[in-house]
Design a protein around this ligand. Structure first.
Ligand SMILES: *[C@@H]1O[C@H](CO)[C@@H](O)[C@H](O)[C@H]1NC(C)=O
Ligand SMILES: *[C@H]1O[C@H](CO)[C@@H](O)[C@H](O)[C@H]1NC(C)=O
Length: 413
């Protein structure tokens, strides 16, 4: 009997040990791989080395730890796929970009940090303790947008974080500040959750989009604060199943935009976009859909609801004649993106421009199934609000102020 008990104890301990070490592989710390959190030492190689170690761990999960401190990391790509089913990047400190565009000499100036072919990653800023500082001032100072007079002004500046050909990502509690250009780019991704991410760059910084989504399926963005100089959140040509909730935009920025779509005459498909509970303060736009006349394809099933606006210039915009230079593109027949089933519901607040609701739909493919429901917008500065719609068909429910605007629904089979 005693032998039996001893045998159970021993095998129990062995199997406990195996299960335990299986679930908890050693964390990989960037410091142990040579990184230095003094903000000055170049830690790029150390980060790459630590990533490779973590990425090579087999088992259920692997963890890469970035402790407190400021880590200077130059342009680099963290490549997957990793061996573990799940990789956790625990970010307790700040990863800092070089402070001069010169650091990109000979490198792709379009990006700073890239995660490529990484599946099942959680990037956790530990409740907004950790994050990324793109040190963008050097880039803004030479941007063609604000300094066209400079002989060597630059149009392209790095996107801070690019997630490419990756799926099953969770980015939470991270700060992303001072980006040279776009803060976060999702490109060719499937299932990405962005939660409690704070984005902060000056209102007058050029092209510093908050989050740009392109060729993506299944994105959820919630509980974020976004202050920046350009699009707050923008959705590009091929995006399906996007949910955006509980976002504070502004001051600054251009709202939550779909587009501009179809720039090069390509096929566009954007479906199932749901934006809910967003506040816009001092932004130029609120809810916006922009397409180029040469675009083809569809935008279908879009809902913007529970939207608060404060001195937003143009709260509701559909612009199907989008043009790089305002009004410079001649009207063109025979092409256009078909926009249908778009709901604007429960918009409250003030508008700073007269043209509060602007819908300029395609002559060839007029908008259909547009709903304006419970819209109550009043002037922020005394200029009366107007609603101007062309080729926009749909229905209005409850209060629609300013309004009316839409044409009756065209009869369809
Ligand atoms: C709406 O979003 C804000 C944050 O912007 C949040 O504080 C609030 O709880 C949200 N409301 C609902 C009903 O979810
Ligand atoms: C933000 O502004 C930019 C530049 O004007 C524009 O292209 C984009 O559509 C806007 N984004 C949003 C989110 O409105």
């Amino acid at each position: 009997m005693q032998e039996l008990v001893a045998w159970f104890l021993i095998t129990g301990l062995i199997s406990f040990h195996i299960t335990y070490s299986d679930a908890q592989p050693a964390d990989v710390n960037v410091i142990e791989n040579g990184a230095n959190g003094d903000g000055k030492t170049d830690s790029t190689r150390a980060f790459n080395k630590a990533w490779d170690v973590a990425c090579g761990i087999t088992g259920a999960s692997a963890k890469l730890v970035v402790p407190q401190g400021r880590f200077l990391v130059k342009q680099t790509t963290f490549k997957g796929p990793c061996k573990a089913a799940k990789i956790i990047v625990e970010l307790g400190g700040t990863i800092v970009a070089p402070d001069t565009p010169k650091a990109w000499d000979g490198l792709d100036a379009g990006v700073w940090l890239v995660f490529e072919a990484v599946n099942g990653m959680t990037l956790d800023g530990l409740g907004n303790k950790g994050g990324f500082n793109g040190n963008g001032k050097g880039w803004w100072d030479q941007s063609c947008r604000y300094h066209p007079d400079l002989v060597c002004c630059t149009k392209l500046a790095p996107t801070s974080l690019k997630f490419f050909k990756s799926n099953n990502l969770r980015i939470k509690g991270v700060n992303i500040v001072q980006s040279p250009q776009t803060h976060v780019l999702l490109f060719k991704t499937d299932r990405v959750t962005i939660d409690s991410v704070n984005i902060d760059s000056p209102k007058d910084s050029p092209n510093t989009d908050g989050i740009h989504i392109q060729s993506a399926n299944g994105v959820s963005i919630s509980n974020c604060k976004i202050k920046n100089g350009d699009d707050n959140i923008s959705i590009g040509d091929h995006c399906l199943n996007i949910k955006i909730n509980n976002i504070e935009c502004g001051p600054g920025g251009h709202g939550i935009s779909i587009g501009s779509l179809g720039k090069d005459g390509g096929q566009v498909e954007v479906r199932n976009i749901h934006v809910k509970n967003v506040s816009f303060t001092d932004t130029t736009n609120g809810a916006r859909i922009k397409t180029w006349q040469v675009g083809k394809g569809v935008v279908q099933n879009v809902i913007y609801e529970d939207i608060k606006l404060e001195a937003c210039e143009a709260p509701i915009v559909i612009d199907q004649n989008y043009c790089a230079v305002r009004g410079a593109c001649k009207e063109k027949a025979g092409s256009g993106v078909q926009i249908s089933d778009v709901v604007f519901k429960n918009f409250h607040g003030t508008a700073a421009l007269a043209e509060t609701i602007q819908m300029g739909c395609s002559k060839s493919f007029p908008c259909k199934g547009i709903t304006l429901d419970a819209i109550d917008l009043s002037p922020a500065k005394g200029v009366p609000c107007k609603a101007i719609c062309t080729d926009a068909h749909g229905t209005e429910k409850g209060t629609v102020k300013p309004g009316p605007c839409l044409l009756a629904q065209a009869n369809e089979l």
